[in-house]
Design a protein. Structure first.
Length: 145
């Protein structure tokens, strides 16, 4: 305690610094708010720029994938051992079914070729009767039991 003014040395040092000491909880809260504002605040323009950069990166990645050469294939859905058959000029439905390894011992009840989003129904009896259908790269063949 200082005998001349009646204050302690600590109080004298605090008053000489010219700032207001904040009470416990308020001081901690103020520190957290200040830390959040300094480190975690993102402006709208910065967030927009980051989103645009991410979008452009995704677009570039998609363009790279599209520019890579793809294998020409015919894809099967149904009871086959090999769901993907490489397409070649002259590939027909019967040849593709053999290459895919049709598994059941019974004849299929339904065959559908999906080409460019259009469904083309194929009568299995006609196929077994010798009327074959040429396939195109990218065809999807669905075989139903």
């Amino acid at each position: 305690m200082n005998n001349e003014t009646g204050t302690s040395n600590i109080e004298g040092r605090i008053s000489n610094r010219r700032y207001l000491p904040l009470p416990g909880a308020v001081g901690v809260l103020f520190s957290f708010i200040l830390a959040f504002v300094i480190s975690g605040c993102v402006t709208k323009s910065k967030a927009r720029a980051e989103a645009q950069a991410a979008f452009l990166a995704g677009q570039q990645q998609a363009m790279m994938r599209m520019s890579q050469p793809r294998q020409a294939v015919v894809t099967f859905i149904g009871p086959v051992r090999n769901p993907t058959v490489p397409w070649a000029d002259g590939l027909t439905l019967a040849k593709a079914i053999l290459a895919a390894g049709y598994e059941p011992a019974t004849d299929p009840r339904q065959i559908m070729i999906v080409r460019n989003g259009q469904a083309i129904p194929i009568d299995p009896k006609t196929l077994l009767g010798g009327e074959d259908t040429p396939l195109v790269a990218g065809d999807l063949v669905q075989i139903g039991q």
